[in-house]
Write a protein that binds this ligand. Structure first.
Ligand code: NAP
Ligand code: GDP
Length: 319
């Protein structure tokens, strides 16, 4: 029997999550995945984006592309994080609408959740996204992402487009950006500890080490995004996250990394650096009710695999 293979366009296909999706989606029976990088098309440019959509004619879109970075990149680039992400998201959604894409899944983040909410409201869930301003440290990125949610809903409401968003927590894994200044905490600390061990220098962790975060391994997230494409038929956002009980302090994470490197000296917490948002604990109740069961990679194994990859690919990785 002949089966129609459908095109799935993945924006941001060369990034951390895009690479993980490439890893798990090889030879899919139903879909042909097309992974984009910025060298295929500048998604900030509407004409280029439309030309690409017309050429590929995607039935489905997984929209991962974004201007992304850790706390210290966000702090110094509010305007570009806001402007670039607004442009990218608006262009992708408009083209997906014009080309009558059957389902468009876009990526938000738990770091756009409100900052000051009452402690009894934790864990936060999908319904609380707009219940107060985001943390000052990343308001540019956060408001652009919140508009991505608003725009997806507006297309749903006005045109019945099947546009939804997933909300991952802090992601880490192979092919991440390991830049010391711009990266998220796990890749930045992996790189810091690697250099500390190699040069017999102190392993410096920025901030107090006390903030709490949930972390998802990129391969787990890729599997959950594929599940969202194939199985999730809800018309509202869904958080893709480990449970609140998996929350870790930054100090916990630094110590796991130090142990993996056999780094035997003291850690130094440099409190001249901002801590960012203290916590943004997210519920994964909706996910678990819909998927029933999912085997999350333990953080110790995920970090170990990421470190091995980083060491093997030190010369060529993003850093
Ligand atoms: P990433 O590794 O930084 O990759 C970003 C991707 O976007 C790359 O493929 C990049 O292409 C592409 N891109 C950036 N600007 C572009 C442009 N103007 N035109 C075309 N492509 C462009 O990001 P990630 O960590 O995989 O993040 C994927 C998604 O998850 C994003 O939407 C992000 O906001 C969200 N998210 C990330 C985290 C996290 O901890 N990393 C947490 C929650 C949510 P090039 O490779 O060519 O530069
Ligand atoms: P966030 O989850 O959006 O805040 O982003 P990050 O992944 O950047 O995590 C920020 C938290 O990790 C803050 O509490 C930082 O103080 C702490 N942290 C410690 N060292 C580093 C580092 O080298 N880079 C980053 N990005 N964060 C660090």
């Amino acid at each position: 029997m002949l089966i129609d293979i459908m095109n799935v366009l993945v924006t941001g296909g060369s990034g951390l999550v895009g690479n993980a999706l490439q890893n798990i989606s090889n030879n899919h029976k139903l879909y042909k995945f097309i992974f984009l990088s910025s060298s295929d098309c500048d998604l900030e440019n509407y004409e280029e984006t439309m030309a690409l959509f017309k050429r590929i004619k995607p039935e489905f879109v997984i929209h991962l592309a974004a201007n992304v970075g850790g706390l210290y990149k966000n702090l110094i680039s509010q305007s570009s994080m806001l402007e670039k992400n607004l442009l990218i998201n608006s262009n992708v959604l408009k083209c997906a609408h014009e080309l009558k894409v059957r389902k468009c899944i876009s990526c938000l983040s738990t770091c756009i959740f409100p900052d000051k909410i009452s402690y009894s409201s934790y864990p936060i869930d999908e319904t609380s996204l707009h219940d107060g301003p985001p943390h000052e440290s990343n308001y540019g990125y956060a408001y652009a992402k919140r508009i991505l949610d608003v725009q997806s809903k507006a297309y749903r409401d006005q045109y019945n487009d099947n546009f939804i968003c997933v909300i991952p927590t802090n992601i880490y894994g192979k092919n991440d950006n390991f830049n010391l200044e711009n990266a998220h905490v796990i890749p930045a600390l992996i790189h810091q500890c690697y250099l500390a061990k190699k040069n017999k220098k102190p392993f410096i962790v920025k901030g107090s080490g006390r903030p709490l975060r949930q972390f998802i391994y990129s391969i787990d997230l890729a599997k959950l995004i594929l599940w969202t494409l194939e199985e999730y038929n809800g018309n509202a956002n869904i958080a893709l996250s480990v449970g609140p009980e998996e929350e870790k302090t930054i100090e916990n994470i630094a110590r796991i990394i130090a142990k993996c490197f056999d780094y035997e000296f003291e850690l130094i917490f440099d409190t001249s650096f901002s801590d960012g948002q203290y916590k943004k604990t997210c519920s994964n109740k909706k996910l678990m009710e819909n998927i029933e069961t999912f085997d999350f990679t333990s953080i110790n194994i995920g970090i170990k695999e990421t470190i091995n990859w980083f060491i093997e690919n030190y010369k060529i990785c993003r850093k």
